[in-house]
Design a protein. Structure first.
Ligand code: GLN
Length: 247
């Protein structure tokens, strides 16, 4: 069994080591005797998206998001992403990448970006940056795990009807600092504000994404075997303790 992973815009969207999420997914597959093939699609390159099982998009600043607008349309990536999302392919999109999957983003200084519209969310920039380590809990439909991460955004994201929050904020800002929601889940698209990278210290979340991609690729394939996650769980617990001030 092999998962085909597409890393969209590794050249532009890669804040805070977001690409570490790819390494984490590949390693957790390999440790179970499964394999992964990673295809990077930078600006100017495209591919047949039907070959991919899982897409990853990292975060980026307003400037980088603006730079991508032209390529999204010109290369056909916007339409391909919309089709793949509607087809139930798995996406993990972080912060600026998450905003980009939505309909639009008006930056804090008034620039208007029409984005992909793969999921019905929109983002409005605010004067206050929402920054810091944070903790949220995923909804049961998205695995129910407690997630520790790091957020840094001025965009406030609001979910349209039919899009569920990825989870609820325990400590921090999440989507907008107002309604207690964090991230988005639509079909098998997972958007989150969590950089970090998020997956190495949240192994249950990583496995949920991999399992969802495997289930879609080969229904009835089976359940991912547990791994020895002492280090990962210790990293998680230490960040949670730091943020929540509890043991
Ligand atoms: N530019 C976006 C914002 O500030 C996203 C930033 C990011 O990806 N960290 O809201």
């Amino acid at each position: 069994m092999e998962l085909r992973i597409c890393h969209l815009y590794p050249d532009v969207l890669n804040l805070y080591g977001d690409r570490g999420n790819i390494r984490c997914m590949v390693k957790r597959l390999e440790w179970r005797g499964l394999s992964a093939q990673v295809t990077e699609l930078p600006i100017g390159e495209t591919a047949d998206f039907s070959q991919f099982d899982l897409f990853f998009i990292g975060g980026g600043q307003d400037f980088e998001q603006g730079v991508l607008l032209d390529d999204l349309r010109r290369s056909g990536k916007a339409a391909s992403i919309r089709a793949a999302a509607a087809d139930g392919k798995v996406f993990l999109a972080i912060c600026g990448g998450y905003q980009m999957l939505g309909r639009s983003y008006t930056t804090w200084d008034g620039q208007g970006f029409d984005f992909i519209g793969a999921i019905d969310v929109h983002t409005q920039g605010g004067q206050q940056r929402m920054i810091g380590n944070y903790v949220f809990r995923c909804a049961d439909e998205s695995g129910g795990h407690e997630i520790v991460g790091f957020e840094n955004h001025s965009g406030k994201t609001h979910l349209g009807s039919g899009v569920h929050p990825l989870g609820q904020v325990i400590r921090g800002y999440g989507n907008n600092g107002e309604d207690g929601t964090e991230g988005a889940r639509w079909n098998n698209v997972f958007g989150t504000y969590s950089h970090g990278p998020v997956l190495p210290k949240n192994p249950g979340f990583c496995d949920m994404l991999l399992q969802t991609a495997l289930d879609r690729k080969a229904p009835g394939w089976g359940i991912l075997a547990p791994l020895e996650d002492t280090l990962e769980n210790t990293a998680h617990a230490n960040v949670a303790k730091f943020v929540l001030g509890t043991t």
